[in-house]
Design a protein around this ligand. Structure first.
Ligand SMILES: *Cc1c(COP(=O)(O)O)cnc(C)c1O
Length: 541
């Protein structure tokens, strides 16, 4: 009989030693009674006394001990504005005297989101703001895919890496110890929220390594496309390879991980009725949940208990401790565009008022400047169907201001032509909006305190002006995002830019003719292709 695996077996990997005593197990007898289960309890990672608690410190305990990160003075990581991972990293940076570039994207506000943002903004951090997850991926691919981003060592989203997941393998062994010590019965099932997937995969491997038969149920809290099964399999294989490298034998028992996606609702950061109900329910039992991760996981546990099938069920409380400290003036540290959007989201009435005022202001400014669309030279290689020559110049000027420096001079010249091709299929109402948008950018410079046309400013002044539009919110912020999105759309159509995205290019040849004989060779591509005349979501003819 070989000796049982111990949490300390993982120490060969090197860790900071931040996670020490096991997090407590708390039985929830009233809930068990209500659900008709033999036993229900929670593994209280919110009581871990490091980095504000929660499960993320378990990953960082190992991840930050890796030489690549241990030796870096500056880290970079991406997450939602209310990201728990960025909270833990902020606390870690404060503890170790490092700085963190926090690349944050917008999500709707719900319980805990503003608290997390306030804490992150109060720490040794630089916040960089993006209007959406897609905008972040397009504008800063290296913080998602690279090793370094603007000179800072990158920590992947959710701190999910093979090394970080070792913290959850250790947690699985810790739980097995508690089962052996009689603190809880061996659970039939363990419910845990599944975001990037590192927590659920790491726990499932840890429990298998300990020889427990517990089925881990990862409750999806994000859109399926963000954590497809193939990604979870890749995480598992990466983790097993890491164990091999450390000389730790792979588990002999099967790794039992099931994924339940029925409780994700509309996707990440969007609470569901069931999740809000679960939060209210468990508050009464003395367990504090939030609606984005733990509420959804608990909703799945409750629904499954009603359906029967398991009798001893463990809930993994991944949520951080309740109150987070923050600086009284944290809002002053936010990028202006984020501060503005936050203020509007917290007071929707303001949005309607500003829309109207700014709409009128922009038109008045454009007229006051004397709108002239003449005197623009031809642009190399550009012959527009929708866009006039002056409009092509505006796109070229915007590209110089907001895109990474071009590696070949032709790259910026080609932007307007590609935007034009995209606009050809758009309804006239959309084309009219684009013309108005370009007039505001080119001749609306007095809004930003400048009298010259946009195309005559230096690239740095143009960038400042566009940022200024974003910060004003409402209509002007829409002008800014319209310019930016179209410019990026055209930019990332150019094969030379794909390498920065880690994109290997289409599986079909660039000269592929969708009506030609090659068609039958690419059924999957044909499935993806929009039907002729289809419009992007949200646009009506
Ligand atoms: C990050 C997080 C999780 C899930 O972690 P993943 O490893 O990304 O799947 C669960 N709950 C809370 C509260 C979290 O912050």
């Amino acid at each position: 009989m070989t000796r049982a695996r111990q949490p300390s077996d993982l120490d060969v990997a090197g860790r900071l030693g931040w996670v020490d005593a096991p997090s407590p197990i708390e039985a929830l007898p009233a809930l068990a009674e209500r659900l008709g289960l033999a036993w229900v309890g929670a593994k209280r990672d919110d009581r871990l006394p490091v980095l504000q608690g929660g499960t993320k410190p378990r990953k960082l305990d190992f991840a930050l001990a890796e030489p690549r990160l241990a030796d870096a003075a500056r880290w970079a990581s991406a997450g939602a504005i209310g990201s728990g991972s960025l909270v833990a990293l902020t606390a870690a940076a404060a503890k170790l005297g490092r700085r963190l570039d926090a690349h944050v994207f917008w999500t709707g506000l719900s319980t805990g989101v503003v608290d997390n943002l306030a804490f992150t903004a109060s720490g040794p951090t630089e916040l960089r703001y993006y209007g959406s997850r897609a905008a972040l991926a397009l504008r800063r691919p290296t913080v998602l895919l690279g090793d370094t981003c603007r000179g800072a060592a990158v920590i992947p989203p959710g701190a999910t890496s093979p090394t970080g997941m070792l913290g959850l393998v250790r947690a699985g062994l810790e739980l097995a110890d508690q089962v052996r010590a009689g603190e809880l019965p061996e659970p039939d099932r363990l419910y845990v929220a599944l975001g990037s997937g590192g927590t659920a995969v790491g726990l499932a491997v840890g429990l298998a390594l300990a020889g427990l038969r517990t089925q881990v149920v990862g409750v999806g809290v994000v859109e399926r496309t963000l954590s497809p099964l193939r990604r979870l399999r890749a995480l598992r294989e990466g983790l097993l390879a890491k164990l091999d490298a450390l000389g730790i034998a792979r588990p002999e028992s099967p790794i039992r991980l099931a994924v339940d996606r029925r409780f994700a609702g509309a996707g990440y950061a969007v609470p569901t009725r069931a999740s809000l109900d679960a939060c209210a329910d468990l508050e009464a039992e003395g367990l504090s949940l939030e609606p984005i991760y733990t509420g959804k996981a608990m909703a799945a546990l409750i629904a499954a208990a009603r359906a029967g099938g398991a009798s001893r069920v463990l809930f993994w409380q991944t949520q951080r401790a309740r109150a987070l400290p923050h600086d009284a003036r944290w809002r002053d540290r936010l990028p202006p565009a984020l501060a503005h959007r936050l203020a509007l989201a917290e007071d929707p009435a303001r949005l309607a008022r500003r829309r109207l005022i700014l709409g009128l202001g922009a038109v008045a400014a454009a007229v006051g400047a004397g709108v002239r669309f003449t005197g623009y030279p031809a642009l190399a290689g550009f012959r527009g169907t929708v866009l006039a020559t002056w409009e092509a110049h505006v796109f070229r000027a915007a590209a110089e201001a907001i895109l990474p420096p071009a590696t070949d001079a032709g790259a910026f010249d080609a932007i307007a032509g590609r935007v034009d091709r995209y606009l050809v299929g758009m309804p006239p109402s959309v084309q009219r909006e684009i013309h108005a948008m370009l007039a505001i950018v080119e001749h609306g410079t007095p809004i930003g305190g400048r009298l010259a046309r946009f195309t005559r400013l230096t690239p740095a002044d143009r960038a400042r002006l566009l940022d200024g539009l974003a910060a004003r919110g409402g209509l002007l912020a829409q002008v800014y995002s319209g310019m930016r999105d179209l410019t990026y759309l055209a930019y990332y159509q150019q094969p030379a830019t794909w390498i920065a995205l880690g994109y290997e290019g289409p599986r079909v040849a660039l000269d592929y003719d969708p009506r030609g004989p090659d068609r039958s060779l690419h059924p999957a591509y044909e499935d993806l292709r929009a039907p002729r005349g289809a419009l992007p979501r949200g646009i009506v003819r």
